[in-house]
Design a protein around this ligand. Sequence first.
Ligand SMILES: Cc1cc2nc3c(=O)[nH]c(=O)nc-3n(C[C@H](O)[C@H](O)[C@H](O)COP(=O)(O)O)c2cc1C
Length: 183
Amino acid sequence: MAHTVAVIVGSLRKESFSLKIANALARLAPPSLKLEIITLHGLSFFNQDLEPNPPADWVSFREKIQKSDAVLFVTPEYNRSTSGVLKNAIDVGSRPYGKSSFLGKPTGIVANSPGPLGGVAAAMHLKSILPGISGPILQQPEIYLTGVGDGFDDKGNLTKEALEKVLKAYIDAFAAWVERLKK
Ligand SMILES: Cc1cc2nc3c(=O)[nH]c(=O)nc-3n(C[C@H](O)[C@H](O)[C@H](O)COP(=O)(O)O)c2cc1C
């Protein structure tokens, strides 16, 4: 049976390149992986006061992560870090203390930017905040997608062969790694 991957999209923007990349990865994934796109619309701010009685949107987000076999973060770069909405989602998913929904899940980070640095700073920040609350993070191949602004047509389809190639190589490597870890 295919392994399920919760693909968390770090942008709320309707025309988000991160969302388009997540959709492209779902299409390019081999049959051994089933990618489920999770957008963060409606996920409320983490507030420690609400922990004893968590809001339904936190519970539902946590359950989606818990029932997946692996997690993939598709992150834009905001001010040399990940986006605030993604950090909030990580905070929500990381609690209650010691019971992070991400724990033990093989984790991938796909960073992107229309600019020349490909979101590398955002990916580095994720790599510094995740280790205590996630599972193993795929280290190679790394993926920092530069110049994504002209990678899609107005229907969101991939139009750049080089981008498709690198996405395919990444998701195949991620699938093989998940397969090994989940054996
Ligand atoms: C608040 C803000 C900060 C940004 N900071 C960076 C940055 O540090 N590096 C970068 O490459 N792009 C930066 N950008 C540009 C984003 O990469 C660009 O808006 C991108 O399209 C956002 O991702 P999305 O298409 O998935 O929404 C920033 C954009 C915003 C709105």
